[in-house]
Ligand binder design. Structure first.
Ligand code: 5GP
Ligand code: ZN
Length: 138
């Protein structure tokens, strides 16, 4: 399940060299070319899935334990004290490479703010309406 001309298919399957931090039968995890912080890693499935909605159950179930192991190894080796898991789906959400990947971003004390958003007030009625809209489409 590879896609022609997909850069992450090529990297995940070793056709293009990368700074690999982890590899198993399902995934290759590599250092991001443009890191948000030292050690910023992206986990790539070896099979091609456009985004989380296309991911098969085995790959979905396997990705979080890999992310947790990598995050723990970052804390043990790089001196970060936390990490963010970030996973973008769709261009409006910031996805730029359309082969599923999960970011593992080390966070350091006094490091720059990231993965933040503006918070807004909401009304209980509006929350209920929105919840119903989503629920009716599951
Ligand atoms: P997205 O914005 O799609 O969630 O994340 C794509 C990420 O892949 C970006 O952080 C970008 O820096 C990284 N990236 C894009 N092309 C390459 C590449 O060829 N090699 C590596 N190591 N990272 C890449
Ligand atoms: Zn791909």
């Amino acid at each position: 399940m590879r896609e022609e001309n997909c850069i992450f298919c090529k990297i995940a399957n070793g056709e293009i060299p990368s700074a690999t931090v982890y590899e198993d039968e399902n995934f290759r995890a590599i250092l991001d070319l443009n890191p948000a912080s030292k050690g910023h890693t992206i986990i790539l499935p070896k099979n091609h899935f456009k985004d989380v909605c296309e991911l098969d159950e085995n790959t979905s179930a396997a990705v979080l334990p890999v992310a947790a192991r990598i995050g723990a190894a970052m804390k043990a080796s790089l001196g970060c004290t936390g990490f963010n898991l970030v996973q973008n789906n769709g261009a409006s959400a910031g996805q730029t490479v359309f082969h599923f990947h999960m970011h593992v971003i080390p966070r350091y004390e006094d490091g720059p703010a990231m993965v933040t958003w503006e918070q807004h007030q909401s009304e209980a009625e509006e929350l209920q309406q929105t919840a119903t809209q989503i629920k009716n489409n599951l």
